[in-house]
Design a protein around this ligand. Structure first.
Ligand code: GRF
Length: 226
């Protein structure tokens, strides 16, 4: 059983997608704890799924935030730390300590558009395609190895909100898909890097078709309508 700790700062819709995915009996992954760095809406989602949640607010604790965070993660014996809208940059020391174990979802087709306000920047640049990526977290912001990406077309009448909403639909497929790929061995993260293998992904993901196959390297285009 893969033990996941999910770190959030806000709404928690990706957390919700991960909760729904890992709640399935045939998915050998479990969210063992949710940690927020501020009072976050997503904590309620965790509580309603009976997942322990904890707020570690740097403004309200004595001592170092990352020391407290590492303590909570280690206590949960996490195999992977999933960032899902976690709005805090982790230090090089922290990323090194958990190298190959921290993953994040970012709303762009990395390596393009690292950082914030991706949807507005994509529109301003007149791009035809946009999307989301799940990647390993390293000391370089949004710069770790990409595990998988999902793409959407940019429409002529899109604004940042409409584009964000369509990307979010893909995020809710892609993040569980990557967890399933880690569970099944379709993605392996080892000391020599990342490898991809043709495997069936366990469980179901709303909007993604069934059975779930891991067939393409990097660019995953789930079957959901945009
Ligand atoms: C998502 O768009 C994610 O890609 C980005 O932050 C947002 C979090 O949304 N990193 P939610 O809290 O999961 O709803």
């Amino acid at each position: 059983m893969l033990r996941l700790v999910v770190l959030i700062s806000g709404r928690g819709s990706n957390l919700g997608a991960l909760i729904d995915y890992t709640a399935q009996a045939d998915v050998s992954a479990q969210i063992v704890k949710v940690i927020a760095d501020r009072p976050a809406k997503g904590c309620a989602r965790a509580e309603s799924a009976n997942i322990p949640s904890q707020i570690i607010d740097p403004a309200r604790i004595d001592g170092d935030f990352e020391t407290a965070l590492a303590g909570a993660i280690d206590e949960a014996a996490a195999d992977f730390i999933c960032l899902a809208g976690f709005m805090r940059v982790l230090s090089a020391g922290f990323c090194g300590r958990y190298a190959g174990k921290i993953i994040n979802i970012h709303p762009s087709l990395l390596p393009a558009y690292k950082g914030l306000d991706t949807h507005a920047r994509v529109l301003a640049a007149g791009e035809a395609v946009h999307g989301c990526s799940v990647h390993l977290v390293t000391a370089e912001l949004d710069g770790g190895a990409v595990l998988a990406r999902a793409q959407v077309s940019v429409r002529p009448d899109d604004n940042a909100e409409s584009l964000a909403a369509r990307v979010l639909v893909k995020e809710h497929i892609l993040y569980p898909l990557v967890i399933g790929a880690l569970v099944s061995g379709a993605i392996r993260i080892g000391p020599d890097g990342i490898s991809h293998h043709p495997r069936t992904i366990p469980g179901r993901i709303a909007g993604a078709g069934h059975p779930l196959k891991w067939s393409k390297l990097f660019l995953v285009e789930p079957h959901a309508p945009e």
